[in-house]
Design a protein around this ligand. Sequence first.
Ligand SMILES: [Zn+2]
Length: 383
Amino acid sequence: MIARAAVACLALLLVGCAGDRPVHGDLLVTADRVFDGERVIEEGAVLIDGRSIARVGRRADLDVEAERTIALGDATLLPGLIDLHVHASSALPELLLANGLTTVRDLAAPISLLRAPRERSGRLRVLGAGPIVTAAPNGYPITAHGAPLGEPVAGVVGARASVRKLVRRGASVIKIALEPSGGLPLLSLAEARAIVDEAHRADRIVTAHVTERRGARLALEAGVDELAHMPCMEDDDRLMADLARARLPVVATLHVEREAGPAFCPAGMANARTFVRAGGQLLYGSDMGNPGIPFGVDVEELRLLRRAGLSAREVLWAATADAGRRLGRAPLGSLVAGAPADLLPSRGTRSPTSDTSAGLSSSSRAAPSSSRTAGRPGTRLAG
Ligand SMILES: [Zn+2]
């Protein structure tokens, strides 16, 4: 059954499988290629014991034995992919897991859906922000689908209290809205700095919803840790250079920005290219839950990261090992000893680091559930 799933290129969360010389494990998975998050191992093998990876390397070099062996043959075995910007993960965990993702970061949801992440065998790993901390009154966004998605704050004391509340309720990351488009009110610099400081005291990073220049400048001044979108406005070369110099990574969300149309985001791709040329770091996140974005690995987003200037290896790294590091959960996202046993077998892909999306695109097409849901009409949720 697992071999069939591999042929169909479905995601497997191979956890909880039951742990000198040779090293003993529960399951040995071999494949013509293993991408460990950094590099490709030809004729590779991954030994799993319990919920963790015990050994990784060339099959011929590993002195291991296992209760079971799955030989994938002409396939590439990757870490389960990590999407750093989704919505609606709580409604569709099995679907996301079946279509290539093993970890998602949900960047806007009502507080009633906010939970601390739980490690459970065979389940999607969800790290949530809960509602977006925003300016009161009427900051972006207050509601979506009738549910409150904003945590409105007024004043430094209230801003700090809101961050503490979200952390108590299980927030893994704090998201703030810095969105003045359409005349919306913005958080003050003092409020934004207080949010960042309070989040850092709780060992959380702050990611900022921005789409234009003023919000991005405020994010830089306030010391946020990341932008949740590539800014959209034209003639922003200086901003891109400043973001790169400040080592502020950006979750690209280039596909959803393109789907929103040129009037909404005229220069997202141009800015991404400028940002990469300036040495900036792009992260993989799809903004899933918005129209046109599949409920699984967003292969088009991976392609757009490549077009923005990342190498194929850097694209895969962004969606695996680097994402695990960004979440503060390394070696999550890597196939190395001690990492969670999240595996994604993908058929073929003779050279995954020279043609990033080849195997993964066949994955998305091959999964019937994906083809039914990818790109279906919906309503833009948030940030
Ligand atoms: Zn979003």
